[in-house]
Design a protein around this ligand. Structure first.
Ligand SMILES: [Zn+2]
Length: 150
């Protein structure tokens, strides 16, 4: 057994399962039927897949990390931070906005970006995305809303 395999086994043993189902003894056919109806009740796998596909790009992930790190960041600053052209960054931001990952806010001549509502924020934290100093969630520091986000 290789070292990596051994480590994986240890991890598997230590980590508790995320879900536990109380009656694990259902016959296979019933289980398959249950899974089929669950999938049938869930609408829109195709749009969901298209939306998720946008995240399989390092540059777009970097953009999301920037917007999460500093809500309200300008497109041009994001472009400089990730070392991309303004036009490339604007195009990526438009895709992310159309897919509902971010939203744009016009402030005078500038467009500022923040995360859209929904699961993107938790997802970014799960992926290791951090805030810049002074940026925090309103629930943590309710008295300082300027750069807060949910
Ligand atoms: Zn956050």
């Amino acid at each position: 057994m290789g070292v990596g395999g051994a480590r994986y086994r240890v991890r598997m043993d230590r980590d508790p399962p995320v879900h536990v189902r109380s009656d694990d003894g259902a016959p296979t056919e019933e289980l398959v039927d249950e899974l089929r109806s669950l999938l049938a009740e869930t609408a829109g796998f195709e749009p969901l897949a298209q939306r998720m596909a946008l995240l399989s790009d390092p540059r777009r992930l970097q953009i999301l990390f920037c917007i999460h790190a500093h809500p309200g960041v300008r497109s041009s600053d994001v472009a400089r931070a990730i070392g991309a052209l303004d036009s490339t960054t604007s195009h990526a931001l438009a895709l992310l906005r159309d897919a509902g990952w971010v939203r744009a806010r016009r402030a005078g001549r500038e467009v500022r970006y923040e995360l859209a509502d929904g699961p993107v924020h938790e997802l970014l934290h799960d992926l290791g995305s951090a805030h810049l100093p002074g940026v925090h969630h309103p629930a943590e520091h309710a008295e300082e809303p300027p750069h807060g986000h949910r």
